[in-house]
Design a protein around this ligand. Structure first.
Ligand SMILES: C[S@@+](CC[C@H](N)C(=O)[O-])C[C@H]1O[C@@H](n2cnc3c(N)ncnc32)[C@H](O)[C@@H]1O
Length: 232
């Protein structure tokens, strides 16, 4: 896969993905830094060998263990909504292949990412290391608890869908921080963007989506513990 002659078609396909499916799709993705990093990160390195020819199509792909790497458009959309800044420290819940973490790592200072399926976390960790991403910290665990030792975060991205937002994630968001999370069950989920401002949370739904569910003890316990009027 590192034969330069083999890499050229991937580079061309990635360029086309950015020009036609991201920048070219309405006016949703306009952040030039996000578009640039999507044009650099080799998505084909994060998918199984038999899926590589599809790596730059705008669709999710299987990565094993009944999980998927998200569609490039959704990765770019969520990244842009987080308003990433160079000094930011970002938490991701749902490492999966490691692709979203690699995109963020090209935009911010540090990325902390948690995956509940141990072999996926291990594989993503070694792929990210092989690709030279030195500002990403990967660990296996239940992301519903967040990463208290590294909190607070400037931004949090959740790439699996809880029924309700686990309160530790809201607690671990810094003031002026942004959190994006798909909320809901089964066929109906909304991507919700939170912003913490002076200790208050503002929230708005930004896109209907379909993600794999958030699993794990913390997510389940915390959502059933919430009072019925807890937002989303
Ligand atoms: C759509 S995939 C994520 C795609 C990933 N961001 C990427 O770039 O490949 C969702 C991931 O969330 C993980 N997940 C589900 N519940 C979780 C939890 N409670 N804590 C951490 N990860 C979780 C799944 O195992 C799966 O790998």
């Amino acid at each position: 896969m590192n034969d330069p002659a083999m890499l050229l078609p991937f580079a061309a396909a990635r360029r086309r993905m950015v020009d036609e499916q991201l920048a070219g799709r309405g006016r949703d993705i306009t952040n030039e830094s996000v578009l640039a990093v999507m044009g650099r990160v080799p998505r084909h390195e994060f998918v199984p060998a038999d899926q590589r020819s599809l790596a730059y199509e705008d669709s999710p792909l299987p990565i094993g263990y009944h999980q998927t790497i998200s569609q490039p458009y959704i990765v770019a959309f969520m990244t842009e909504k987080l308003e990433p800044r160079p000094a930011d420290r970002v938490l991701e819940i749902g490492t999966g292949s490691g692709y979203q973490a690699a995109v963020l790592a090209g935009l911010v200072a540090e990325v902390y990412t948690i995956e509940i399926i141990e072999p996926l976390a291990r594989r993503a960790g070694s792929d990210l290391q092989r690709l030279g991403c030195t500002n990403i910290h990967v660990r296996t665990g239940d992301g519903g608890r967040g990463w208290p030792a590294a909190a607070p975060f400037d931004a949090i991205i959740v790439t699996c869908a809880p029924e309700r937002v686990p309160p530790p994630l809201l607690d671990q968001l810094r003031d002026a921080g942004r959190l994006i999370v798909p909320v809901g069950t089964g066929g109906f989920q909304e991507l919700v963007l939170f912003r913490k401002q002076g200790g208050q949370l503002e929230q708005r739904a930004v896109l209907p989506v379909r993600f794999v569910p958030m699993t794990g003890e913390a997510g389940r316990k915390l959502s059933s513990d919430l009072p019925p009027d807890f937002p989303v």
